[in-house]
Unconditional design. Sequence first.
Length: 431
Amino acid sequence: MSEQIKELPAPGLTTTDKLRMLLDITKKISRSLDLQEVLNLVMDTLDSLIPYDAAGIFVVECADDSKVAAGEEPCVFKSEAVRGYDIEELTNLHLKLGEGFIGHVALSAEPIISADVRKDSRYINARQETRSEMVAPIISNTEVIGVFDLESDNLNAYSEDDLQVLMLLASQVAIIIEKVMLHEQLIEKKRLEGQLEVARQVQLELLPAKDPQLDGYDISAYNFPTEEVSGDYYDWVKIYDDQIGLVIADVSGKGVPAALLMAFLRASLRAATHIGYSPHISMSKVNYLLWESIERNQFVTAFYGILDATNRTLAYTNAGHNPALLLDKDGNSQFLRLGSLPLGMFRETRYHEYYLTTKPGDTLVLYTDGVTEAANSQGEEFGQLRLAEAVKRHQHLPARELIAAVHKDVIEWTDGLGATDDVTFFVIKAT
């Protein structure tokens, strides 16, 4: 802050003079969003209002529950701006709530004036020279967020008038701290929004630009994203003119980590497909790569298969994903429930390969849990049974239109609010 406040000598200042100077100080400090700069300016100009030999602004910092469980103190004081103290001694003091003048004020939200600190049992010696002390709480929305501490080498140095001035300044500091915190939260919000947008763009670029074309089949897939980025993923890759590899997956987590994991899955699975591995071997290879590379709380559910138009077969494996829905031409339905554990959870997970012979009129629907877990206002989920009924109701439609119709049913079930997680469909109709 380039503008400096002119310091005036304290002797002879009336209360009105001090209030006028206080107003001038608060006007200047309100122009900055740099908390350290503001607090330093307050400390540098405070002596013009109330003389001191040592002073400090101490902010209360509270640890989250996990850190408290690990043995950290629930709340401690962080010295944001200090003058006149031995920094090493101050660092070693480690005051907690309820300890010393500072701790008592932070706990009670009531100020303290001590005319002679040596006669007060609450005093903890941080300066050998200190004889009197004045401490005021810094309060934001009824919560003490810090304390203002002034110390003097003289006895009975502070009056009630001085306390009133300090309380007024403390209230202004509270407003500034709150404004800076809100500004920092806004910056963090924008940063997170930027991350989500990056993740969304990564996700969109990984999804195929068009539906696959395969003789004897009508195939379509689509992802309906929510506001936040989740890890829903689908893909297809041409192996031969009469064969395609297809996958639908759900990556744990959200945001950039989920998008990056999705990219890793795509690269690994495509590499395994081009090498020529069968579906269950591909899954085993990808599982090991993920187990080696990702955090233990991350995993991927996936359905992967190779569709052969010449033999009219689908060779597939399921790694913990939602069971695929199969409807025949008469609308009889079944869920393909065979499968194994999600990818990345255990090093030696074994995957099996299953075969499905497709007949004209068959409809195979792959989906993510955003479909079946979509809930109405009563908390009742859409579920597998309603999904089967919806697909049967719209089975006469082309694959792309069927997806749109079933998704509309899901939205209607949620009273128009839509699913809370990404919804993805991969529909294969044998013609």
